[in-house]
Design a protein around this ligand. Structure first.
Ligand SMILES: NC(=O)c1ccc[n+]([C@@H]2O[C@H](COP(=O)([O-])OP(=O)(O)OC[C@H]3O[C@@H](n4cnc5c(N)ncnc54)[C@H](OP(=O)(O)O)[C@@H]3O)[C@@H](O)[C@H]2O)c1
Length: 285
């Protein structure tokens, strides 16, 4: 029997890299899209069947080139699984009062439009499969409000709605769509570097900086202190068993340490009580 085929974006680092390595070990024929980080470590960790290709999802030409390359590599075969994993959390920090709107646009270009653009481009290949699946990597941060760091969760809220729409619209064609939401995986995105902290405070003009610093913590410090972390390998093992191998995909999977906390809070605690909780977490005074 021919190996099943998968395409994963953002595959040079973190969760994408972990998922590609797992799929490769399990005998899938894997195509790995990368952005700027070269996929050298990924290639070294996988078998000779792995194919890598530049796929910058925020760039329509790059998506078109990657689609063409993938079509050629598949040679008429189907794409069984698309994992829309690539995203960014950086470059658009600050409060709603001062966030740079162009930077915020770019974040949406990657996290929302990029995922949709790639899904549209690859659906003709996915449709050929006998068991077609699309996994869209969301985030449980969509359930919380992070002052001075809300831009990334806002993009994931939009992505979650888009995932729901795709799930319903593609059901009649037998294409299963799900949202995979990692909660606490140690990757470059969750490293919360000192530089990112400096960059965030640097977005504030002088006359606002001290005011905001007086009232709010740097959100990365709070999130880092609150989180226990899985390795990308552990996440990939669980995601493979619970999601990729599931016969029927659920609408959403939240995977990671204490994964139940945020959705439970969201479901059972009133909006105003949730808001007070987030204020206590992120505010200084
Ligand atoms: N780690 C967690 O705990 C956590 C929690 C919630 C959700 N997530 C989600 O999990 C997914 C993977 O994140 P991660 O934690 O593994 O972080 P990561 O290692 O930073 O992975 C993000 C990947 O996306 C790529 N990327 C960024 N901009 C891109 C673009 N324009 N086009 C194509 N690829 C692009 C990055 O490549 P370059 O480095 O080359 O730019 C990187 O390889 C993301 O969707 C993230 O939102 C992670």
């Amino acid at each position: 029997m021919n190996a099943r085929t998968a395409f994963v974006t953002g595959a040079a680092t973190g969760i994408g890299k972990g998922l590609v390595e797992k799929l490769d070990r399990e005998g899938w024929r894997v195509f790995a899209g990368y952005n700027q980080t070269p996929p050298d470590a990924l290639i070294a960790a996988c078998g000779p069947g792995l194919r890598t290709m530049r796929c910058t999802i925020s760039d329509p030409q790059s998506v078109a080139d990657a689609t063409r390359q993938l079509e050629e590599e598949l040679g008429g075969a189907a794409l069984d699984l698309l994992v829309n994993n690539a995203a960014t959390a950086s470059g658009a920090g600050g409060g709603m009062e001062n966030v740079d709107i162009d930077a915020f646009h770019h974040l949406f270009e990657v996290n929302f439009w990029g995922a949709l653009r790639l899904t549209q481009a690859l659906l003709p290949l996915v449709r050929k499969s006998n068991d077609p699946r699309i996994i869209i990597v969301g985030s449980p941060s969509q359930y919380i409000t992070i002052p001075l760091g809300a831009q990334y969760p806002i993009s994931k809220v939009a992505l979650a709605k888009m995932t729901e729409a795709l799930r319903i619209e593609l059901k009649p064609f037998g294409i299963q769509v799900t949202s995979l939401e990692p909660n606490g995986v140690k990757t470059p995105m969750t490293a919360f570097t000192e530089q990112e902290k400096k960059d965030l405070w640097a977005t504030f003009p002088d006359h606002l900086l001290e005011e905001y610093r007086r009232h709010f913590e740097y959100p990365g410090d709070v999130l880092e202190a609150a989180a226990s972390m899985w390795t990308p390998e552990k996440f990939a093992d669980k995601a493979y068993r619970q999601v990729v191998c599931a016969k029927k995909l659920k609408p959403r999977y939240i995977l990671g340490p204490k994964a139940w906390v945020l959705p439970t809070l969201n479901r059972w605690v009133s909006k105003s009580a949730q808001e007070r909780l987030f204020e206590r977490m992120f505010r200084r005074s």
